[in-house]
Every structure is written in C-alpha cells, then in structure tokens.
Design a protein around this ligand. Structure first.
Ligand code: FAD
Length: 400
C-alpha cells in the first residue's frame, strides 16, 4: 500500500503535502491537480489580478519546494475512488493506490440553472476563470455583478478601479448580510458608493434578456439593468462530486468527525469541502477561507505523520479587501446575543458576545485590533461591554 494521495492542489492540498514531509512523513506523497498549474494564491484573483492586464498567478511556493520534498505532482482530474480497494482513478486512466487519501477539492460556484447559455456571463473560482474574465473585460464598459458577497464586492471594487461602470444586484436588503454585521455592511456600501459603484439591494431578477448568445439586460423588480458583461457571484457549494462515487457521507460538504476523518477509514477531507463536526456540541460547520484550509491541512498532516489522531481546533479568521476597505473577521458570530460597535474615524470594530463569551470580532481597516481579537478569542477572554467600549488598551490587559 503506498503513501498519501491528495486530491486537489489548492490552498489546503498543497499545504498538506508540504506539512506531511515537514512533520517527518517518509512515505510517498502524490498531489493530484485538476488545474495543472503550480499551486497559486486564489485571493488575488478578485483583487489585484484583474487590474493589471499582464498580472501572472502568484505561486504559493516555488516548484522546488515540492521537488525537494519528493512530492509527486500529477496534472489531471481524479474521476473515481475505490474505497474498498484503496485506489484512485484519474480521467487519464492512471490508477493510484493509497494508504491515506485526503479530499481537498474545494468548492464550486453556484449558477442560475434556468439562465440561457451566454458568452458574456462569467463566474470566478479558478485561474482559468480569471483569465477568461480579464480577456472579456477588455471589450467592456458596463459590468453587472449578481451577488453582494465577498467575491462579488471585491470584483466590483477592482473592476470600478479600472474605469468600468459597475452595478451590483443584491437580493437581500444589504450586502454581506449572511456573513457580517449590519454596521460592516453599511461601511462597505459607503466605500463602494464613494467609488461610484451602484449597489441595488432588495433586487430580485425577473428575467434575463439574451440576444445572439449575449445577455444585454436583466429585468428586475427595480427596473431593467443593461449590461455588457455579467459576473455571477451568488456563493459556492462544496465540490463533493468525487465523494459520491465511493458513497462517502455528504451534507453541505463531506461529513468529517472532529479530527477531519470521513466515514471511511484512511479517508480525510479538508478545506472548503469539509463539513466538520464540533467536538463540543456536535454541530457542523463548513468554512470557506484560506486559513481554514491551511490550518486543517497542517492538522491532518500531523495526524498522519505521527499516527496520533486528535480533534482539530483553531480560531477561524478571514480577510477580504474591498477597494480601500480591509475587512477582517476573527471567530464566528452565529448565535451572538449582543454586539458592541466602536466606530472611529477611518476604522470600525464590531464585537459579538454570546452571553458573557466573546465569539467574534469584525473590523475594517483595523489590523492591530484584528490580531488582538484573535488573541482574546484564543485565550477565551470574557471582556465586558464596557471594557470593549474602552478599547484595545483595556482589552490588552485581559491577556498580557
Ligand atoms: P481550493 O484552494 O479551491 O483548491 C481545490 C482544488 O481542487 C482546485 O484547484 C480544484 O481544481 C481541485 N479539484 C477539484 N476536484 C478535483 C478532482 N476531482 N481532481 C483533482 N483536483 C480537483 N479566502 C480568504 O480567506 N480570503 C480571501 O480574500 C479570499 N478571496 C478569494 C477570492 C477568490 C476569487 C476565490 C475563488 C476564493 C477566495 N477565498 C478567500 C477563498 C479561498 O480561496 C478558499 O477558501 C480556499 O482556496 C480553500 O482551499 P481548498 O484547498 O479547500 O480549495
């Protein structure tokens, strides 16, 4: 039986390969990479990449980092997994045996199934998507972005800064509603409006006007919006297609236990695709962020290399750059019962409490406070609302 086979060479898969060797694992490591690129940073695709016509992908690490660690990289797509025989089949026909298999297949953008096929409708997930969008942008004056989530808003700011007219259609009454406090949404909307991005919230799409294979207009409950190019950014689903062939348990991702093991022995899942059971209360959580993918990768590498299986524990954190607004989130705000807002010139901090517990902190243009928040959360500090209002100096005293 040979080594570890990792399916997906994004942020999680590539980190896992490197960490396995760094943890002392001496078996074979194979990284299967559907994109066929040297693993690269995804976040710049919606931020800097589109602004420069000659920007190249930013590799996560040089090719030598994999070669020096004797990590075999195979360009190709895994098409089938045989759990009983512990084998992975690739579309090329190649078959690989494994002792451990790690699914790091990421997520897949949602799309509007009922929309007609059109050559000027894009979404952004991979480098190939980014190249296609950048090429199409050259001919474009007016872009409509459907969806006011992180990626949609980052794109709105990037495209606006290249001189395009940009309209964002958001179904909810504010952008980022699913992921951020109302004060954060308001601050981000203000930044975008300052850039002359038009944000149409409470907007439902009624019909899409497609002529000669191009969407030229979108009918909404707020009127018609014309477009040269449309980007759909309405969220993503876990990329679980491969998990269906071996019948791994899935439900909004591949179900894993608190140590990130799937329901089949020797099979693990990490990153966007993993729906993790909390060891405290049995609830499940699937997170889409770079930190989540890389920290889970380091955890699984340690478990495999040391043969010691322990629960994964990490304070989640996330960032998003929307034009000049650097948004950072530490912790998880779901179920919070109170929020305390400190709005200072040019920066913002929103603290979420659940009862007496601090559960999350969202900041804008406030990196020092974000770092402090991560330390407070890691220490399970219990600041009072009054201490939070008094600011970082007082909060620091709780942990220093
Ligand atoms: P990915 O990095 O997506 O890698 C999965 C890989 O698996 C892909 O390369 C895919 O092609 C491959 N794959 C899938 N199926 C197969 C198969 N059958 N065989 C072989 N390979 C396969 N997060 C942040 O924290 N901050 C940000 O600012 C931020 N910005 C983002 C901007 C964009 C445009 C995008 C798309 C994402 C952004 N994210 C950001 C999210 C972050 O990139 C993801 O959460 C992270 O990449 C997840 O890592 P992963 O390893 O789980 O999946």
């Amino acid at each position: 039986m040979s080594g570890v086979v990792i399916i997906g060479a994004g942020h999680g898969g590539s980190q896992l390969a490197i960490s396995l060797r760094d943890e002392g694992y001496d078996g074979a490591i194979t990284l299967i990479d559907a994109e066929g690129e040297l693993p690269y940073h995804k976040p710049p695709l919606s931020k800097t990449f589109l602004k420069q016509s000659d920007a190249r992908p930013m590799p996560l690490r040089p090719a030598s980092a994999y070669d020096d660690r004797e990590i075999e990289r195979i360009a190709g797509r895994a098409s089938h997994v045989d759990i009983v025989g512990r084998k992975v089949a690739l579309e090329s026909g190649q078959r690989l045996s494994y002792e451990h298999m790690v699914l790091a297949t990421g997520s897949r953008n949602r799309s509007f199934a009922a929309w007609p096929k059109a050559s000027n409708v894009f979404s952004l997930r991979s480098l190939a998507d980014a190249y296609a969008l950048r090429a199409a942008m050259m001919e474009t004056r007016r872009v409509v972005i459907v969806g006011g989530g992180f990626i949609g808003l980052e794109l709105a700011a990037s495209l606006r800064s290249t001189g395009r007219d940009v309209v964002v259609l958001e179904a909810a009454d504010r952008v980022l509603k699913r992921v951020a406090a109302a004060e954060i949404s308001a601050a981000v909307e203000a930044v975008l409006e300052e850039m002359n991005v038009e944000i149409l919230s409470n907007t439902q799409i009624i019909n899409v006007d497609c002529r000669e294979g191009r969407v030229i207009g979108i009918e909404t409950n707020r009127g018609r919006v014309t477009s040269d190019l449309v980007v759909v950014g309405i969220g993503a689903d876990a990329e679980v297609r491969l998990a269906h062939s071996p019948s791994l348990a899935t439900d909004n991702g591949i179900l894993v236990d608190p140590a990130l093991r799937t329901t089949s022995p020797g099979v693990w899942a990490i990153g966007d695709v993993a729906n993790v059971m909390s060891r405290e209360n049995g609830t499940r959580l699937r997170i889409e962020s770079v930190q989540n993918a890389t920290d889970q990768a380091r955890h699984v590498a340690r478990c495999i290399a040391t043969s010691r299986v322990e629960p994964y524990q990490s304070i989640p954190w996330f960032w998003s750059d929307i034009g000049p607004a650097k948004l950072q989130i530490a912790g998880l705000s779901s179920g919070s019962t109170e929020r305390i807002v400190r709005d200072e010139p040019g920066r913002l901090a929103v603290y979420h409490l659940r009862g007496a517990d601090l559960v999350a902190v969202e900041t804008i243009n406030n990196p020092a406070e974000h770092v402090l928040a991560r330390r407070l959360l890691a220490a399970s500090a219990k600041p009072t609302a009054e201490q939070i209002r008094q600011g970082p100096q007082v909060l620091r005293m709780l942990i220093d």
